[in-house]
Design a protein around this ligand. Structure first.
Ligand code: SR1
Ligand code: MG
Length: 403
């Protein structure tokens, strides 16, 4: 009998007792245990638990109500999904995700490697730090976790079993609403529009019928194109970094969807970092961000084509011209979902601190207009985005037009 035999919402003291019970192999100094709640996301509780002998772990625990809004309730099964995905990704992309020590579907909690020697990438970028390994690591992570989980590589019945296991209807619904619906109509009245840009948002997002049609197509692609096992929320708050290491965590939005959704999220969140650097007048940092965007797209393409040749066994996927066709559709999806992420973080209910902490209202209004104009370009002209420099060109065009 254990007090963790039925679900309850844990506090700091519970997290210590939970850790002691669930990690018997760690030689904890039981009398010197400490814990702190360090969760910073919109959904879960995250505890760091440590002792004075150098042991430490992270306990991640799903509450029934979301932290961003007590009214939003989402299945606590998200913790199982996250734990299983991280275990799977550790095989696909070793060294690029945290290690899961255990997970528990009763308490909806998992215990994982403590990465406190890393920084959350969003906050590091907001300090205008640069990370020379990032483009290399994130493209390896994406190519391995995405291409290797498609049916061009996997045995088709095994792939379908994964689709079934990671069907994630409630978290997908959040994305369908917050990313692929509300930025275009505010139908639930929870968008957060920066007041100086209200008329601009009305015209550019709420009244643009052609844009609505393209986003409608993207929404149903997101829902129906079970291409690869996505992270599903691959923003810079889901990545830990240090100079020589990159670790992707928090894949609770994972499901089988279009590859371009993950790649586009990375690019859009680098653009938010650029926004912050631009508002601070830090040209060197902005240049690094642009160089990184170019590298992310171009390295992704090169590694994807190489991995395709190495791993694809499917006879029809080997037909001449298919590889290029497949990558081409991923690249246009990437541009489109870069656009939807830019829009939703600029006007939707879940925004990014890179932009919202810009203190000067004129500078914030400028980068928000830039994000929206760049987003529309990415969505409407998505078939023309073929390489990294296309994103730099789009950003610079948007900067001119937003001025
Ligand atoms: C209601 S959850 C809001 C956002 O936080 C998560 O990180 C996802 O990005 C989601 O859209
Ligand atoms: Mg998250």
């Amino acid at each position: 009998m254990s007090r963790f035999d039925s679900y309850f919402l844990m506090g700091v003291g519970d997290a210590i007792a939970y850790t002691l019970e669930k990690t018997p192999d760690i030689a904890w100094h039981r009398e010197a245990m400490q814990a702190k709640e360090i969760g910073d996301g919109n959904l879960n509780y995250v505890f760091r638990v440590w002792d004075d002998k150098g042991h430490s772990v992270i306990v991640k625990h799903a509450g029934e109500a979301l932290r961003i809004s007590a009214d939003m309730k989402v299945s606590v099964d998200r913790n199982r999904i996250e734990s299983e995905i991280l275990q799977l990704q550790n095989r696909y992309a070793p060294g690029l995700v945290p290690e899961i020590y255990m997970y528990d579907t009763v308490m909806s909690a998992c215990i994982m490697e403590d990465l406190s020697d890393h920084e959350l990438m969003r906050y590091a970028l907001m300090k205008h730090k640069t990370f020379p390994r990032f483009a290399e690591d994130i493209t390896t992570y994406m190519v391995n976790t995405l291409l290797l989980s498609t049916d061009v590589v996997m045995e088709h019945k095994e792939k379908k079993a994964l689709v079934k296991s990671f069907i994630n209807p409630e978290l997908c619904e959040i994305t369908e609403d917050l990313v692929l619906t509300e930025p275009y109509n505010d139908r639930n009245g929870r968008n957060l529009v920066f007041e100086p840009n209200r008329a601009f948002v009305q015209r550019e997002l709420y009244e643009d019928k052609q844009l609505h049609l393209e986003v409608a197509k993207l929404k149903f692609d997101f829902m129906n194109n079970a291409q690869a096992l996505l992270h599903g929320d691959l923003h810079t708050g889901s990545i830990f970094v240090k100079q020589d290491s990159t670790r992707v965590f928090d894949p609770e939005f994972a499901f089988y969807g279009p590859i371009g959704y993950d790649v586009g999220n990375v690019i859009a969140n680098l653009i938010f970092a650029w926004d912050n650097g631009h508002a601070a007048g830090n040209q060197a940092f902005c240049d690094w961000v642009l160089k990184t965007i170019v590298e992310v797209v171009d390295l992704f393409k090169a590694k994807f084509l190489k991995a395709f040749d190495e791993h694809v066994t499917e006879p029809m996927a080997k037909v001449e011209g298919f590889k290029e066709h497949y990558l081409d559709s991923i690249l246009s999806d990437t541009a489109a979902y870069t656009g939807t992420e830019l829009n939703r973080r600029t006007v939707g209910m879940a925004q990014v601190k890179d932009v919202t902490t810009i203190a000067d209202p004129d500078k914030r209004a400028f980068v928000e207009r830039l994000n929206i104009l760049c987003a529309k370009d990415c969505i409407m002209n998505r078939h023309a985005f073929k390489q990294g420099s296309d994103y730099v060109d789009a950003l610079l065009r948007a900067a001119k037009a937003a001025g």
